[in-house]
Design a binder for this molecule. Structure first.
Ligand SMILES: [Zn+2]
Length: 230
């Protein structure tokens, strides 16, 4: 039986989790909690380099994601390897997420807010929506998937959802002491962010400062938080 995890992070692409929640992940790791990453697509379209082969990029991005997870102390990374820009709200994708929720039995699930208006990567919208549906009611209900029960994957109740990229933040997480680790993890995604650039650090720091507004600390990640009462 798999050891339950405190936080399950479901990211549409390699690098999304680093932008969205890496500072919080690093802090939780320091506090002795553990996390598992699920990366839904292989990110094989994430380049403007016309000479880069998609299958090559997918391999590079997997390595980058593993390196970033190592920096943060993430216990395990699960790659679903769907093609980039291909996610749809299907029974199959939902079941994949339910399976992982039941396997890792997290207290908290973190993903992209699907309800961001207008321009938002379709994979982000779909992932967030499917994650919310997978948590409730599908992961909770015994009769939802008789075959998963056969496999020993029993119902599980997630207690909290944190959604990044939100236009409706109601929860801030202090990353003042882990901002540098977030930056280091993000820099592992060389194919996406290039090498170290002061401009990137500056931009990230400014955003983290804005997100902490009104709190007694300097830097934050912000989320829309949903507490679930069953
Ligand atoms: Zn993304």
């Amino acid at each position: 039986m798999t050891k339950p995890v405190q936080m399950l992070v479901v990211a549409p692409h390699p690098d999304d989790a680093e932008f969205g929640v890496a500072g919080t992940v690093a802090r939780w790791t320091r506090e002795g909690k553990d996390e598992v990453y699920v990366v839904c697509t292989n990110g094989d379209k994430g380049t403007s380099d016309v000479n880069m082969k998609p299958e090559e990029l997918a391999k590079i991005r997997e390595q980058e994601q593993l390196a970033a997870a190592k920096v943060l102390g993430v216990r395990e990374v699960v790659f679903l390897r769907h093609p980039d820009q291909s996610l749809e709200d299907t029974p199959e994708f939902r079941k994949e997420i339910v399976r992982l929720i039941r396997k890792y039995r997290p207290e908290t699930v973190v993903s992209a807010d699907p309800y961001r208006k207008y321009m938002w990567h379709r994979d982000h919208r779909i992932t967030g929506q499917v994650v919310l549906d997978a948590i409730f009611p599908y992961a909770r209900d015994y009769h939802a998937y008789p075959d998963l029960i056969q496999e020993g994957l029993l119902p599980h109740k997630v207690r909290e959802v944190l959604l990044w990229g939100t236009e409706d933040p109601n929860y801030r997480s202090d990353i003042t002491n882990t901002f540098d680790i977030k930056l280091t993890a993000l820099l592992c995604h060389k194919s996406q962010v290039g090498g170290f650039a002061p401009a990137l650090e500056e931009r990230l720091r400014e955003r983290a400062k804005m997100m902490s507004k009104g709190e007694g600390y300097e830097l934050a990640e912000s989320f829309h938080r949903v507490e679930i009462f069953y």
